[in-house]
Design a protein around this ligand. Sequence first.
Ligand SMILES: Cc1cc2nc3c(=O)[nH]c(=O)nc-3n(C[C@H](O)[C@H](O)[C@H](O)COP(=O)(O)OP(=O)(O)OC[C@H]3O[C@@H](n4cnc5c(N)ncnc54)[C@H](O)[C@@H]3O)c2cc1C
Length: 338
Amino acid sequence: MSRADVTIVGGGPAGAALAVELGGRGVRVVLYEKARHPRLKPCGEGLLPHGVAALREIVGVPDAPRVRGLRFQAAGVSVNADFPAGHGLVVRRDRFDAWLFARAASTPNVDARPGTAYRGERARFLVGADGARSMFHRRLPATVARPLRVGLSTHVAGLEGLGDRVEVFFHDDGELYLAPTGGGEALVAALFDYARFRPDGVTHLLSAIPGLRDRATHIEFTTPVLAAAPLGLCVPRIVDEDDGLMLVGDAAGTPDPITGDGIALALASTRAAAEAIVSGNLRAYARRRLTMGRTANRLGRLLLRLSRTERRAAWVLRDLSALVSPLMHVAVGRTPLD
Ligand SMILES: Cc1cc2nc3c(=O)[nH]c(=O)nc-3n(C[C@H](O)[C@H](O)[C@H](O)COP(=O)(O)OP(=O)(O)OC[C@H]3O[C@@H](n4cnc5c(N)ncnc54)[C@H](O)[C@@H]3O)c2cc1C
């Protein structure tokens, strides 16, 4: 038995934020992270406004490019969808995760162990913050969401016409996301159904989407193309009260990245996770996190249906554009989706 009160496995955004929150409350934490930051992670790198707000309360916000909303495009139809309040951030994951982990490591009561894989020693409470492929799914099983999807992400320099919105392109071969990461670089992410996946998906979409080819003539890839699959994950049971085990972040389930959620979901539920540990009532956290996750999953399924083909996405953007604002309220956690 360790002298700590809580063992956290995983020092990504979910584990690091929880360590800050617990350490600040006088709870002794050991935080294991098998990698050494900075490390890249396949991600769309958009942090929605409710994630920014949660981050501000937990630890403050890093210096990162701000975005005021999204611009959706399909078959030449384009619609701006700005956040109802606040702003989002584009958080390059190597920088952001390193920044947040350093904050955790300098928090009183936190014993952060970078480059150290978890080997089974534990305190009274054990937190699985080890991502979508969590080792704790052997005890609290997860199911892969349908349709099966694959994601690619990378960074480029020299992409022209970047603004202060995340750009989302719907194409029959997949979706493409562009966002400014600062210093003239951009995040480029692509999401595909399994059947349409191709390893050269990023370059393919950059040249296949009309209007983008001209903007991408002089691009240079500045980080490797990373892949992740499958994308969505459902975890019906995320705490084991008898054992003091709790899952947070992607380990507790993750919506399809079309929602832009994931990091925000982890950060917005951090306080509830910390309170549950302090009070010993893990079930209160489970209820809150599962409700938030259900809304995100429903939104993800709806968005996937609305954008199943480029033609359908263009029709929605043109003829059902009144839907965009209410869906944005759901995406930023203001309205539940029943
Ligand atoms: C293609 C794609 C696009 C996405 N786009 C977005 C987006 O735009 N916005 C958004 O909010 N979310 C997005 N997401 C989701 C987002 O990446 C995740 O929600 C987020 O990374 C979850 O954080 P986490 O801390 O739970 O897990 P992770 O970030 O996966 O961190 C888990 C950590 O645990 C460590 N670890 C694992 N096993 C062990 C072990 N045994 N011992 C010690 N350490 C261990 C890992 O090294 C890792 O650092 C996207 C995901 C993908 C795949």
